[in-house]
Design a protein around this ligand. Structure first.
Ligand code: GLV
Ligand code: MG
Length: 340
């Protein structure tokens, strides 16, 4: 039986293990829709070509008595539409739920040729990925699919974060990881009640400055990023394994400014995209996760100035060398991938 390893086999015998060939298609916004919600499902065709990824969500936010309807709705939508440059993903139910087996068997056999990536929630370790990997290999072989489905894991339990490196390395199918801040907050017993984003209580305060009468002057406070540690761990694990890291959901739909800030922090730290829970967040993600024209122009100047890439040059009073050249190449390549 064909396994995922066959699909990702090194191209030349004796060649060093290559970077796995994950399709470098843009996925700045992963737009969630509930396939059991007729209003939302009706909007799907209008979003084709306007968003990088459309994700039919079967897990949380779909009521227990709508799980079958959501699964059947996704099959219907996938069969009725062509998706062109937009990728079709799904988030199946968690591996400890009564629905996931039917999710995987139905989706692979019915629409495996249309799906690009299967997002698996609440992944806790390599075993979870091994299970999904094996099952997908069997279902793909049965369905006669000629390309493997990729797997994306949500990092949303303390155990998952502790095992992040082994999760990334568990299968050549691994496409990426998303931060799941809401479930992760609950699992860690954080004292928040939000879906992602910051909290006004999580801050640092300036040192005190005493007036001559001994009273303290007004002191500024600076809100901190609750997700910095987890995003940084996730980004390192993904970079090590040639996968893509994503920020997950930002639940306060009306607060577009804070959403943009949260997405930008993730972009600067190395993430390639985020989830969008409302059409307004698609534009935010597209903007934030595309390098700016100015940054790309600057990066190209550094690349040109560095010639053969060795040594150091001065540009606008700043020293550039091999390491800044490599950063600039990340930016230029991302711009090229997004433009392709
Ligand atoms: C997403 O699934 C989350 O729990 O934040
Ligand atoms: Mg979750």
């Amino acid at each position: 039986m064909r396994s995922a390893k066959d699909f990702f086999r090194p191209l030349a015998v004796g060649a060093p293990e290559p970077l796995r060939e994950i399709p470098a298609r843009p996925s700045r916004a992963i737009h969630f829709f509930d396939p059991s919600n007729e209003k939302m499902a009706a909007k799907v065709p209008q979003l084709v070509g306007k968003v990088d990824v459309l994700l039919g969500n079967l897990e949380d936010a779909v009521k227990a008595d709508r799980k079958e309807a959501a699964r059947a709705g996704l099959v219907e939508i996938a069969k009725a539409n062509e998706f062109g440059p937009t990728q079709l993903w799904t988030r199946v139910n968690s591996l400890d739920s009564p629905w996931v087996l039917d999710d995987l068997t139905t989706l692979v056999s019915e629409i495996g040729d249309k799906l690009d990536v299967i997002m698996v929630p609440k992944v806790e370790g390599a075993d979870d990925i091994h299970y999904v990997d094996r099952l997908l290999a069997q279902l793909e072989a049965k369905a006669g699919l000629d390309r493997p489905l990729l797997v994306h894991a949500i990092l949303e339990t303390a155990r998952g974060v502790a095992n992040v490196e082994e999760i990334c390395g568990a299968s050549p199918r691994m496409q990426g990881l998303s931060l799941g801040p809401a479930d992760l907050a609950a699992d860690r017993r954080m004292k928040t009640t939000r879906v992602g984003g910051g909290h006004p209580g999580y801050l640092v305060r300036e040192d005190p400055v005493r007036d001559s009468d001994g009273s303290d002057q007004q002191r500024s406070t600076y809100q901190q990023d609750l997700w910095h540690y987890t995003i940084a761990r996730m980004v390192d694990a993904c970079a090590m394994h040639g996968m893509y890291p994503y920020y997950g959901p930002f639940g306060d739909i009306a607060d577009t400014l804070a959403c943009e800030d949260q997405f930008r922090n993730a972009f600067l730290l190395g993430c390639v995209g985020a989830w969008s829970l409302h059409p307004s967040q698609i534009e935010i993600a597209r903007k934030v996760f595309s390098p700016s024209v100015e940054d790309v122009a600057h990066a190209r100047r550094v690349v040109a100035a560095m010639g053969d890439g060795t040594g150091a040059v001065m540009l606008d009073g700043k020293m550039e060398d091999d390491a800044s050249l490599k950063q600039c190449l990340v930016m230029v390549r991302l711009a090229e991938e997004l433009a392709a």
